[in-house]
Design a protein around this ligand. Sequence first.
Ligand SMILES: *Cc1c(COP(=O)(O)O)cnc(C)c1O
Length: 401
Amino acid sequence: MTPEPPIYLDHNATTPVDARVLDAMLPYFRDVAANASSTHAPGRAAAEAVDAARRQVAELIHADPREVVFTSGATEANNLAIKGVVGWYGNRDDAPNYRGRHVVTASTEHTAVLDVCGRLVEQGCEVTYVDPAPTGVIEPATVADAVRDDTVLVSVMWVNNETGVINDIAAIAAAVRDRLGRHVLVHTDATQAVGRVPVDVAAAHVDLLSCSAHKLYGPKGVGALYVRRRDPRVRLTPLIDGGGHERGVRSGTLNVPGVVGFGAACALCAQTMRHDMARIADLRDRLEAALIARLGDDRVRVIAAEAPRVPNTANVAFAGVDADRLLRATPGIAASTGAACSAANWQGSHVLRRMGLDDAVARSAVRLSLGRDTTPHQITRSVELMTRTLATADVSTPACG
Ligand SMILES: *Cc1c(COP(=O)(O)O)cnc(C)c1O
């Protein structure tokens, strides 16, 4: 008997490329070789493909295509948004566009925001990290209270990658927007939201938004930053200078096949999101219910169950268990603990600890993230595999690394 491949329940880490996306990309590897900046006919063909993709990305988030800046992914988009705003509005105290050097963010952000903020602190900026409510939600009032005279930017993620908790970004933006007689810019890392829940930059009135193709069935290595053009027009200091591509904000020859794939992936999400997510929500609910039914609610705890969550994410804590050992002892499932287990004294996810959960609970939590390709059979089988490990292997705390 050939071993079955592991059941992939790590869609929040990355999604497989949809076959239809790959088909859309292939001609731009095989047939259209030109640089999208070249003015000859093949160059114009590449540029037209990029324009079409830009419209597809813009449409999914209700932006104007001119507000979409292609990047290498969400990490770069977050760097560009945060460092770019602080660079433009916080560089020199005597510059006419100077507003300050204070940034407000959440303690539960992805490292692609937290580490950017850490770098800014090294360079003399101040950052306030707001904590979530015990439900995992970042409350608009908490964010607004952290805004000061010298705040240039508020950055709060739309959906948390570990818990799936959805923050009310429209309410956060409204709470901070017109503080202190001026517009405080709002950025959101929406990498886990775009393609899964409706995202509308106009309705939410955010100023900057990051997203990534490989979290929505597109290729790795391409993403976008939405940059508001009016009401107000947002200015950024570029991170990468060169040929002035992407309206001068992000130089470098565009990854044409990647961009085309990103666009195709966005168009597919626009078509299938509602249907996919209803199906996936049903599977996720069944997964959680089955684990509780099999193991009992004294042994299984669904993290952030009281908060609004994206339909694909189940973060489940198993009492007395070390999540990393559980996953290692269950090779039939490819999932993650949400945070890299890097040291013997690993204390569990920063997100869960900031929600007020103690270290033992944080260390016992497994993130199971479902996707477009997840089947009912895989869910039943995953529950069997995990309950079997728990019944037969020693996966108790503590052991890590
Ligand atoms: C995956 C992810 C990122 C990083 O995106 P890349 O495109 O891989 O750089 C950033 N933020 C969140 C919330 C993510 O889930």
